[in-house]
Design a protein around this ligand. Structure first.
Ligand code: UDP
Length: 372
């Protein structure tokens, strides 16, 4: 067998960033992935001239200038700004919660009027420390918005009552007293022109990196551990240890993708369905990520259905409640007994990372590995 310095398990953003940086330092890297393609969940594929986000919508956003400059080495980014809308039983609201939302909800026109209304609604939680997502949402924004725009979506997304969910999930969402529909507060945002797959392909395009897809690490785990001096593992940490301490929980997704013979189906890239009855959480119309580029008479739409996760399903989200975080901490203890294995990424580190955080975490791992 050819001699490698590293085996990287998983050709997603974490693994690819690590492999790229290792090769830049003259290391030989083997990358394997169980899927038939690289790029993990940021994989995009062209259909009808449209970049289809095969594993859910990915919008790159960051306030980390270093990460923004870093990722721009591998693609040119457009000026896409995420401005999802919510459809609640046919009523349309702007997201994130901003003056447009408040105007539609209550008829208020000025920030003072909106604030007065929000404060009135927040009274329900006055003096109480929010103990769960429902209480957090009401204390942030009040009951009207909670009932129409948060409760149904969140309970579908996580498959649990909002009163059983941790408060931090909702802190991701900005609240604004301006007429600004930009979903993110970050300094930089965009979609790579021509899709995400090119980013990972470019990262892995080195004479020092060999990539093999359709390869299951667990079919030959012991051999890999014996043959490679260092392993970067980006799969689920509980599976790596054969679930010996019990299963971590994940949330899965199911995507239904359809080609439609219309040029413009919903007028926006992302429409969230925030009621409890609609079984999907959102509908993505991919061409709007690149301002309508592609076949002008066709469009590709994807409905996203949240799903329970069972062994063998694709894990999309870690469920970072107390029980799981404690169990993860125990797996981290086990990981210390595998000093030649580095665990990374959303699954390896069991964190609800965004793409920029994945790159930042990978670069941190790189400097720990090479800069001492
Ligand atoms: N959320 C909501 N209503 C929406 C969109 C999001 O209540 O229309 C809540 C929901 O609890 C969700 C969280 O905000 O889990 C984070 O949403 P985000 O869009 O950041 O999640 P992602 O895109 O990572 O799935």
């Amino acid at each position: 067998m050819k001699k490698y310095d590293y085996l990287v398990v998983g050709a997603g953003l974490f693994g690819a960033t690590f492999a790229y940086e290792a090769a830049e330092r003259g290391k030989h890297v083997k990358v394997i992935d169980k899927r038939p393609h690289v790029a993990g969940n940021i994989y995009t594929k062209e259909v009808d001239g449209i970049q289809v986000h095969q594993y859910g919508a990915h919008i790159f956003h960051t306030s980390n200038k270093r990460v923004w400059d870093y990722v721009n080495q591998f693609a040119d980014f457009n000026r896409y700004t995420n401005s999802p809308i919510a459809n609640y039983k046919g009523e349309i609201y702007n997201l994130p919660f901003n003056m447009n939302t408040f105007n539609k909800m209550w008829g208020v026109k000025t920030p003072d009027e909106a604030l007065a209304k929000i404060n009135e609604q927040r009274q329900e939680m006055a003096g109480k420390e929010p103990q769960n997502l429902e209480e957090q949402a009401i204390s942030l924004i009040g009951r009207d918005i909670y009932e129409k725009l948060i409760k149904g979506y969140t309970e579908k997304q996580w498959g649990q009552k909002a009163t059983d969910l941790p408060a931090f999930i909702i802190r991701r969402l900005p609240v604004r007293l301006t007429y600004d529909n930009n979903y993110f507060n970050d300094d930089y945002q965009g979609i790579p022109i021509g899709g995400y797959t090119q980013i990972v392909e470019k990262m892995l395009d080195s004479d020092l990196i060999d990539v093999e897809t359709n390869v299951d690490f667990f079919a030959k785990k012991d051999e890999y551990l014996k043959d490679y001096p260092r392993i970067v593992f980006t799969g689920t940490i509980d599976q790596f240890f054969d679930y010996q301490l019990g299963e971590l929980e994940y949330r899965s997704l199911r995507f239904e993708t359809e080609e439609k013979n219309v040029g413009n189906y919903q007028g926006n890239a992302v429409v969230n369905y925030t009621d409890a009855e609609t079984p999907y959480t959102r509908v993505i119309e991919h061409k709007h990520f690149e301002f309508g580029k592609g076949d002008k008479d066709k469009t590709i739409v994807t409905r996203e259905y949240p799903a329970d996760w069972h062994r063998g399903d694709e894990p999309y989200y870690p469920v970072n409640n107390q029980r799981n975080n404690q169990l993860y901490a125990k797996y981290q203890e086990l990981a210390k007994k595998e000093p030649n294995v580095i665990f990374g990424g959303r699954l390896g580190q069991y964190r609800y990372y965004n793409m920029d955080q994945v790159i930042a975490a990978a670069l941190k791992t790189v400097s720990k590995e090479f800069d001492n």
